[in-house]
Design a protein around this ligand. Structure first.
Ligand code: GLV
Ligand code: MG
Length: 318
């Protein structure tokens, strides 16, 4: 459905192996904001071709509710990509929102996918434009992330892939996407920030990748809070148990949501009420000064809260 999904929440992004009928069948009921049916690394090479039909069937036959629905195709350096794209885009119903392109190294890779999709949409008469999610998971991809984020109007998100990224940069770790205790600080801080800037500069949602220690939910909560605090929109989930934790982390608290609404109301009153010369751009809100920048910060909380279905719990305190 193309544009439908651009601004929808993606707090939790659930990865579902496209070769598993059982997991495909369960995926719609798990409560993730976004679901991607994987043809890439969660599918064994010998299952890649048969997985395409399973994925198409799941898209066309299951009720996906409001979730953003995506398929991750294989990267352009494999033999599978063009057939993945053609098979899925020609056979999936309009319910398919986007394709995810992994291991993106350059803007040209996104443009190639964009051109292929344009032709498929023309030939099949598809109504909605298929969006693109791009994964940054190599050193070269990170160096080119600014051009990548500006490469196509179809782009909706930019995603960090920590496992492949650790492999690409030869970090001496055996688990991707978790804290490295030997490092004094956050070993991915630069990467998180660089991807965030490139994504935001181009109006994209910015998503953090998987946390591979599936059973360690407290550690997941702690780690997810890092990208949430920087400003990311959401994070991948590899298991239903991770979805709940991630949805919580990426939703404002009720207190934050109410306070943001109060700030917006107080600012609106200050800037519009009164006669000429009496309207103010900066005004006291409790014991702090608020202005246009406060309005912008508060708007983000309200938008995120509303996306998560929140409503105000109290009357305006200002
Ligand atoms: C995700 O694809 C990752 O490599 O972390
Ligand atoms: Mg990867």
């Amino acid at each position: 459905m193309g544009e439908r999904s651009r601004y929808l929440p993606r707090r939790s992004c659930l990865s579902v192996p496209g070769s598993s009928d059982k997991m495909l069948g369960k995926a719609p009921g798990i409560g993730a904001d976004m679901v991607f049916l994987d043809l890439e690394d969660a599918v064994a090479p010998l299952e890649k071709e048969s997985a395409r039909d399973k994925v198409v069937k799941a898209i066309n036959d299951l009720d996906w509710g409001d979730a953003v629905l995506c398929v991750r195709v294989n990267a352009w350096d494999t033999e599978w990509t063009y057939r993945d794209v053609i098979h899925i885009a020609e056979n999936a119903s309009e319910r398919l929102d986007e394709l995810m392109l992994p291991k993106v190294q350059s803007a040209a890779e996104v443009q190639a996918l964009d051109m292929l999709l344009t032709q498929i949409e023309q030939v099949t008469g598809r109504q909605g434009r298929i969006g693109i999610e791009a994964q940054i998971e190599t050193a070269r991809g990170l160096i080119n992330v600014e051009e990548i984020c500006a490469a196509s109007e179809r782009l909706e998100t930019i995603i960090f892939g920590p496992a492949d990224f650790a492999a690409s940069t030869e970090m001496p770790v055996l688990t991707g996407g978790v804290q490295v205790d030997e490092y004094p600080g956050d070993h991915f801080h630069y990467v998180f920030s660089k991807i965030l800037m490139a994504g935001r500069a181009n109006g994209l949602q910015v998503i953090d990748g998987p946390y591979l220690k599936i059973r360690e939910l407290d550690a997941l909560r702690d780690y997810a809070m890092r990208t949430r605090t920087l400003g990311y929109d959401g994070k991948w989930a590899l298991h239903p148990d991770q979805v709940k934790v991630i949805n919580e982390v990426y939703t404002p608290t009720q207190e934050q949501f109410d306070r943001a609404l109060d700030i917006l109301e107080a600012y609106e009153r200050a800037t519009t009420e009164g006669g000429a010369g009496e309207r103010k751009g900066a005004v006291m809100f409790g014991d702090e000064m608020i202005d246009e920048a406060s309005r912008k910060m508060a708007t983000k909380f309200v938008t995120r809260g509303e996306r998560a279905g929140m409503t105000r719990s109290q009357e305006s305190s200002s």
